[in-house]
Design a protein around this ligand. Structure first.
Ligand code: NZQ
Ligand code: ZN
Length: 389
């Protein structure tokens, strides 16, 4: 384990099929005015909306609503929500939904008392909040992003086609509490379920594929990856399998709540490429990652071969006997590819709506990170995107 770090995660988790009742313990800790945030209506269809509203009422809360938060929430929607939360004099923002609703709620939370333009301050200049932050609580309905226990918030500026994530340093941006009930994820369409599964897996890869030191984080990561792959196969066969869905929900949280990043420089280039594709196409987040991953990993493999060999052996059970390191590493990626195909993930960006004339524009909005095995040049970004078509 190289490097020095501080570790603190203040989010309290309530996990399990009866966990919603703990809202009754959390709500009295905050003032009267609650802003309930949700998406396009799935929580109304499955009854969760009624259950949450009834607890809010029983706790004597005055409830305002921000509804219709779309997947890949937009800046225009953020401005709209900030006005609602200001008028409501929000004491708590309660996010009920997937990563988009959680991310959006955090963006509202840091903007309500902010005098500056939140896009410029948080997503262009990457500054930390200097104002009071409204507390956020979360009832999660989709596994994938880890937003339930982290300080990340991704917003899309549809005008400039930029999809940008800010991982805030301030612990106050993290949800104060999150209710994780795997039962709620059972109504997810399969497309979203598998996209979320790949998002989890890739979050772990993004942190794993960096550094050469002997680091506990890598051993934890391998365990998490094996668990996701195992449970994903069960859930893919039977999406109603509660045990598999509960393990998927729990690994999603641990994949991106800062734990496995400890002591790591971390890569994040698949996410930067995927987000750039998302800014152009508004495609589902996990699918954008799946569509660029193989081209990217095959491109960087020569720069970090030892970790790719380890990945092949420890995550995919590749038998290295009599093989070169390159063969072993390639077998690992091939095993990952066949698992991805088995799940039915989108394997190339043209299937997400990318056309040849968009490649340069997508490359323009791809942020370059320097924590992985290779800092990509602009030409390499274009090459990986073309390979992903
Ligand atoms: O809007 P509703 O009607 O609720 O439908 C949603 C949405 O259409 C539906 N859904 C969610 N739970 C459901 C359900 N449908 C039926 N039953 C349920 N239980 O699923 C669709 C997708 O939801 P969304 O919240 O967009 O998915 P996800 O959780 O993947 O979140 C994606 C967003 O999170 C960002 C992504 O970029 C994207 O904007 N990310 C946030 C991160 C973070 N905070 O750290 C990291 C990630 O890498 C990611 O970038
Ligand atoms: Zn992600």
């Amino acid at each position: 384990m190289l490097g020095n770090f501080t570790y603190c995660n203040p989010t309290k988790l309530y996990f399990g099929d009866d966990s919603l009742k703990y809202l009754n313990d959390e709500l009295p800790k905050y003032g009267k005015n609650v802003v309930l945030v949700y998406g396009g209506g799935s929580i109304k269809k499955n009854g969760l909306y009624d259950d949450v509203v009834s607890i809010l009422k029983n706790c004597g809360k005055t409830v305002s609503e921000i509804s219709g938060v779309m997947p890949n929430p937009t800046l225009a929607k953020l401005y709209e929500g900030v006005e609602i939360a200001r008028k409501a004099n929000a004491d708590l923002i309660l996010a009920v939904g997937g990563g988009s609703v959680c991310d959006y709620s955090k963006a509202v939370a840091v903007s309500v008392h902010c005098d500056e333009d939140p896009w410029e301050k948080y997503y262009v200049r990457f500054e930390e909040p200097t104002c009071r932050i409204v507390p956020v609580g979360c009832v999660l309905t989709m596994s994938g992003t880890g937003s339930e226990m982290n300080a990340g918030s991704v917003i899309t500026n549809s005008e400039t086609k930029q999809k940008i994530g800010h991982v805030f340093a301030s612990e106050e941006v993290m949800p104060r509490f999150s209710v994780l009930n795997p039962k709620y994820t059972l109504t997810l369409p399969k497309y979203q379920m598998v996209a979320g599964i790949y998002d989890i897996f890739n979050h772990i890869c993004e942190q794993y594929f960096s550094g050469d030191d002997d680091n506990t984080s890598d051993y934890i990561s391998e365990g998490l990856m094996r668990s996701v792959v195992h449970s994903s196969r069960i859930a893919n066969g039977n999406p109603q399998d509660y045990e598999a869905r509960s393990n998927i929900m729990w690994t999603a949280t641990w994949a991106l709540n800062t734990l496995v990043a400890k002591g790591k420089t971390t890569d994040w280039m698949v996410h930067m490429l995927g987000q750039a594709v998302g800014g152009y196409t508004n495609a589902t987040h996990g699918m954008t990652l799946a569509a660029v991953s193989l081209a990217y990993y095959r491109h960087i493999m020569p720069y970090g071969p030892a970790k790719f060999v380890r990945f092949a052996k420890n995550v995919w059970n590749v038998n290295g006997k009599g093989k070169t390191d390159e063969q072993i590493a390639n077998e690992g990626l091939a095993a990952m590819e066949s698992w991805m195909k088995e799940l039915g993930l989108v394997m190339n960006i043209s299937d997400l709506g990318v056309t040849g004339d968009m490649i340069e524009g997508i490359a323009d909005v791809t942020l370059v990170m320097d924590g992985g095995y290779k800092v990509l040049s602009r030409d390499e970004i274009v090459e990986v995107l073309k390979e992903s078509m």
